[in-house]
Design a protein around this ligand. Sequence first.
Ligand code: SF4
Ligand code: SF4
Length: 148
Amino acid sequence: MSLKFWEVKSLAEMTQEEWESLCDGCGRCCLNKLEDEDTGEVYFTNVTCKLLDIDKCSCSDYENRKVSMPDCMILSVENKAALEVMPSTCAYRLLQLGKPLPEWHPLITGRKESVSEAGISIEGKVISEEHIHYKQLPEHLINWVTTK
Ligand code: SF4
Ligand code: SF4
């Protein structure tokens, strides 16, 4: 059995195409987060960035996201701070920690639907920040997405 690129290459060694293919399209990284000022712990809410197309679970302005949404954290090998607050299920986070890809990952199953089937996609479980006031964010904390 031949080894796959994510089993032999570090994140830094991957081509752009390989890097992009690691994203499972779960949408979890586009959820608003709250940080506990005392502990530094980060908690996820079920409130999405307003640029997320909730039906497609994808950014509606991916190419210009840093301009349209300055707070958007662009993932890269160098951006360690962003990697550290990625959801525990995120392929980039898992590989950074030396863990394998989960069995439901599209690169393993060959099907992107496996992300929803495993309950990992945020599809149907979230609302857009367009529909709430930011002061309501604490009411939207969730425990089904965590950084650990
Ligand atoms: S959490 Fe990771 S795998 Fe999921 S959409 Fe974001 S970058 Fe992709
Ligand atoms: S700008 Fe796009 S990629 Fe960034 S958090 Fe918002 S929806 Fe996600």
